[in-house]
Design a protein around this ligand. Structure first.
Ligand SMILES: Nc1ncnc2c1ncn2[C@@H]1O[C@H](COP(=O)(O)OP(=O)(O)OP(=O)(O)O)[C@@H](O)[C@H]1O
Ligand SMILES: [Mg+2]
Length: 592
């Protein structure tokens, strides 16, 4: 994993560099085979006009009285042979293409899966999952654009030059007309390249914005239902769709102009070429075979240029989308393992927050915060919503790095150890547990992939999840739906608790672990929790204060600072913030 992280961190700055260094790496032989086969196949644009000239010339110049079939047979066999060879290379080219494309796609997908999972938390909070996937697709599409289309255009370009030179040897007047028109065409395209690029980029931006908004709208389907917001969603998206349409239309208009004008010029060129041919034929300076050749080259070259020009805007489109996607994903990883980071080994489980300060953006959430949790001590964390409780435990998990101060485990700064070893040593039940759309068994075993079925079942029993799991149609093999949508909030929470039971780590962190549970289930789980927290350093956050009554110490936070600390009874006697919160809850739903 460390090697993979290093590879990710040394990733090239541009998407082109990335294609060369990572995607084509190990696939050069396939790439070379592909280019070679394409080269051979593209030679047919040079051969065919020549063969046609040859056949006509052969018939024109056949000696009187000769057996025509016999006279022509060697040429016919040669042409058939060339044709068969071309088809063989075309088949090989397709094979190379089919072998290259999925390999490259897999490499990109694999690289970015590793990469995004090594990214820090702030990366995820600023992006939507759907958007990330669409960015990865853009990068994969860029490979196609380069490996297939750019190579193709390059080869066509060479063939156009070869054809023009060959024509020069046959009839220099027609060749000169050709070359002039070709230069005009290239200059025209060059002139329009910036408008094409800019409008393509603007269209890609507008599309990405539209997709982002759509994904956001779909992921909030429940809120849309809840607030009867379908019409509002429709109206909200109208200007964004309109903007995309306008940009797309403008971009396509410029692309069409870039094709239409040169096409008119070519049509006139055909007329001029034919006039030249007839003039020279009537003056016996041009044979029938040369006329056939000139017209054949004309159609071949016009066809090739048309194909090239059609492909260029789409290549620019895909390459700019790929480069934008790459720049968006390849941002520096804000939380990284130090090169000399060692694995954390927890012997006692002492946790120290030493004068830490932390801000997400501008406003400090924690300021000069200090707290020491003794080995095996169970500390409850209490405070109003937004006080910074989740932030504090996220810092302990090193989802973010502190701005000042340090967090130590058994005296070791968590910035000096590998993130994976840090997280392996902490069982963390987050405030909002998310599930994979996999089976219940897989979701529980995520806490310990080596766990046996019996261990998974025992964890489920201890977290009071076994009964509801057995009631689902496929029991432990039931799928839980996207992000666990087929489970109730309390069921998801119990699966998350089962994960923690399975992960036997010396530190336990619970962030509102039982908030979605009914009192009866909670009481049942509390027993397992006290068992689980035996000999483990525990930090438990809860709004329902009754769940923290048996903690060794309760710490009360306000605006990112500790305002009170002590046992449940001592805090009640103090009649401070905790006592006030407790009284409010006792008067409410927690009267016991
Ligand atoms: N990713 C984030 N980016 C910016 N600000 C954030 C982010 N996460 C939390 N905050 C802000 O940090 C503050 C503390 O949030 P935190 O989640 O730590 O509170 P909490 O004490 O856990 O609250 P609750 O009891 O509601 O869970 C809040 O004002 C919140 O708006
Ligand atoms: Mg919280």
């Amino acid at each position: 994993m460390k090697q993979k992280q290093a590879a990710v961190m040394n990733a090239p700055k541009t998407v082109l560099g990335f294609y060369v260094k990572y995607v084509c790496h190990g696939l050069w032989w396939l790439f070379a085979a592909l280019v070679f086969c394409r080269f051979i196949v593209s030679l047919d644009s040079v051969f065919w006009p020549m063969l046609q000239r040859w056949v006509v010339g052969m018939l024109e110049n056949a000696p009187a009285g000769v057996n025509l079939m016999k006279w022509c047979m060697p040429t016919i066999l040669l042409i058939t042979g060339i044709s068969l060879t071309m088809s063989t290379f075309a088949a090989l080219r397709n094979w190379a293409m089919d072998a290259f494309r999925p390999r490259a796609e897999n490499k990109i997908s694999e690289f970015f899966t590793d990469y995004v999972h090594s990214q820090s938390m702030s990366f995820w909070t600023q992006r939507m999952a759907g958007q990330i996937q669409s960015r990865i697709n853009d990068i994969a599409n860029g490979v196609d654009a380069i490996v297939f289309d750019v190579v193709n255009i390059f080869l066509r370009f060479i063939m156009i030059i070869v054809n023009s030179l060959a024509l020069l040897t046959v009839n220099r007047y027609i060749a000169i007309v050709f070359i002039c028109v070709f230069i005009f065409r290239a200059a025209f395209m060059w002139k329009l390249r910036n408008p094409i690029k800019n409008t393509s980029k603007a269209t890609a931006d507008a599309k990405s914005k539209l997709v982002g908004k759509l994904v956001d709208s779909f992921s909030n389907a429940t809120s849309v239902k809840l607030f009867a917001g379908a019409q509002r969603e429709h109206d909200y998206l109208v200007p964004i769709r309109k903007d995309w349409f306008n940009k797309k239309f403008r971009s396509q208009f410029i692309q069409r102009i870039s094709m239409a004008v040169p096409n008119f010029v070519w049509d006139v060129t055909l007329g001029v070429t034919l006039v030249l041919c007839v003039y020279m034929y009537s003056h016996s300076t041009m044979s029938l075979a040369d006329i056939v050749y000139s017209v054949s080259v004309y159609t071949m070259v016009v066809g090739m240029i048309g194909g090239m020009m059609d492909a260029i805007p789409s290549i620019i489109d895909r390459l700019s989308a790929a480069s934008k996607a790459y720049a968006d994903l390849m941002v520096p990883i804000s939380v990284q393992d130090k090169p000399d980071a060692t694995d954390l080994i927890v012997k006692h489980g002492k946790i120290e927050f030493k004068n830490i300060s932390f801000k997400y953006r501008h406003k400090y959430i924690l300021r000069d915060f200090s707290l020491t949790v003794k080995p095996g001590e169970r500390v409850g964390l209490v405070g109003v919503s937004g006080a910074g409780k989740s932030t504090l435990v996220h810092l302990l998990m090193r989802f973010y790095d502190v701005n000042h101060g340090a967090i130590l485990i058994d005296g070791k700064d968590i910035r000096d150890v590998t993130q994976s070893s840090l997280r392996e040593n902490i069982s963390f039940i987050p405030q909002e547990a998310t599930m994979f759309n996999r089976t219940i068994r897989e979701n529980i075993a995520y806490g310990n992939p080596d766990a046996t079925d019996a261990q998974v079942k025992r964890a489920a029993i201890r977290s009071s999840a076994h009964a509801f799991i057995m009631a689902t149609d496929k029991k432990y093999d039931s799928f839980v739906g996207d992000r666990g949508i087929k489970l109730s909030g309390g069921q998801r929470q119990r699966i998350a608790i089962a994960r923690a039971f399975l992960k036997r780590s010396p530190i336990l962190v619970l962030d509102e672990a039982t908030s979605a549970l009914d009192s009866e289930t909670e009481v049942a789980i509390q027993k397992s929790f006290s068992e689980l927290s035996q000999n483990r350093t525990t930090i438990a956050i809860a709004h329902r204060l009754s769940t923290l009554r048996n903690m060794d110490r309760i710490v009360v936070m306000e605006h990112g600072k500790i305002v009170e600390s002590g046992t449940h009874n001592s805090l009640l006697r103090k009649k401070g913030v905790y006592a006030r919160l407790w009284n409010m809850q006792s008067g409410g739903f927690l009267q016991e």
